[in-house]
Ligand binder design. Structure first.
Ligand code: GTP
Ligand code: MG
Length: 368
């Protein structure tokens, strides 16, 4: 995969801090030769913390930060001095980042709101000093607790973009053209398939200073859910969208069939995607005259709202925005809870040298 600034997958090796050891010091001073136990507690090891930060859009800044280690707690010492806590390490990520275990692929947690913090790996507790173990029958305990060990774990961070509307369509359907005509985004547009290689986000302004976010993802083809084309690499970015806007060009032979294929791919990827509200846009309508357009109107699927647009001529765009706004704000679409499927371990890269998952690689079977 070519180097790019859109990084939505990183694997990071994390280790929290060890707890500091408790001290077994015995107090001695000039006229107090047997001053008794005064060993202090060890400090806590540093946590590994995940924090959502809305100023980040991708995981690019983590691309070369493959190891994150928190500080160890310091040991306790004489005079019941407690050791210093180890420094926490905060991993800042964009809102919408999901964490998986890199070995098993198991889903661990996600952060969605700006400022939200989660402790990924807890630092070890510090050991208790011998002062805690003094008693009437054991006045000079010569032992203290060791600190708890550190925890290590390799994790995969995956970004799932937070957008209100996701564009779903075959390559060349006019997705990027629509995004560029309704927002200030400047995606690349050209008349060959897979012009868009990575998702683009745009803010669409609506009436009365309101706005919503639209995500243009690379085109989907038959078999995408099995990895064809740009495949499932980008399908996850529509998982969080409230509304899916399907886009099919007006000059398509069989609109219903294309719609079915797209639906099928989404279902194969994650059946919950079908619970989202859908809108269908027939694009490039400027290429048809009235007669052909009337003809097409009888050949579209009838289970969802359909709009006829032309991003080039600007027709139907207001109607489309109205429909989308209504759909985004309808009560059924408010909840954005999704069950994240566990990562397929085949797609987890097995070393720390590459920036993205080895989606093309078929056979890897060594120790991950
Ligand atoms: N006539 C006409 N052509 C359009 C319209 N919208 C897009 N096109 C053309 O269709 C071609 C593909 O448009 P894109 O916006 O790049 O398509 P896409 O869906 O983003 O394609 P991929 O990024 O490859 O998935 C370009 O040559 C556009 O100029 C339209 O409303 N009318
Ligand atoms: Mg495009």
């Amino acid at each position: 995969m070519a180097e790019s600034n859109f990084v939505d997958y990183v694997k990071i090796y994390c280790r929290s801090g060890k707890g500091g050891a408790g001290s077994a010091h015995l107090h001695r001073a000039k006229y107090t030769p047997k001053g008794g136990p005064d060993g202090g507690d060890g400090g806590r090891g540093g946590h590994i913390i995940l924090r959502a930060n809305r100023n980040y859009w991708t995981l690019l800044h983590l691309r070369y930060e493959r190891h994150v280690y928190a500080g160890n707690g310091e040991s306790g010492s004489a005079c019941r001095s407690t050791g210093k806590d180890g420094a926490d390490q905060v991993i800042e990520v964009p809102c919408g980042t999901v964490v998986f275990d890199a070995v098993t692929g198991e889903y661990l947690c996600e952060v969605t709101d700006d400022g939200q913090e989660l402790i990924l790996l807890r630092g070890g507790r510090g050991g208790l000093g011998n002062w805690h173990f003094r008693s009437a029958t054991n006045q000079t305990p010569r032992y203290a607790q060791p600190g708890e060990p550190a925890i290590e774990r390799a994790i995969v961070l995956e970004l799932k973009l937070l957008a209100d509307v996701g564009l779903v369509g075959f390559p060349n359907a006019g997705k990027s053209t629509l995004l560029s005509s309704v927002s200030a985004a400047k995606p690349k547009i050209a008349d060959y398939p897979f012009t868009t290689m990575e998702p683009n986000l745009g803010i669409v302004s609506y009436r009365d200073n309101r706005s919503f976010v639209m995500a243009d993802i690379p085109g989907i083809i038959e078999g995408a859910s099995e990895g064809k084309g740009l495949g499932l690499r980008f399908l996850r970015h529509i998982e969080r969208n409230a509304v899916l806007l399907f886009m099919i060009p007006a000059d398509t032979e069989d609109i219903c069939r294309e719609y079915e294929i797209l639906l099928g791919e989404l279902e194969a990827y994650n059946p919950e995607l079908l619970d989202k509200q859908r809108v269908l846009a027939i694009t490039k309508c400027d290429m048809l005259d009235e007669e052909l357009l009337a003809d097409i109107k009888n050949k579209v699927p009838d289970d969802l709202p359909v709009v006829y647009i032309s991003a080039v001529a600007g027709t139907g765009i207001t109607e489309l925005k109205d429909l989308l706004w209504e759909a985004i704000n309808s009560e059924d679409n408010k909840v954005m809870t999704i069950t994240h499927r566990n990562l397929d371990t085949d797609y987890i890269e097995d070393d720390f040298d590459e920036g993205e998952a080895n989606y093309e690689e078929e056979d890897w079977d060594d120790e991950a």
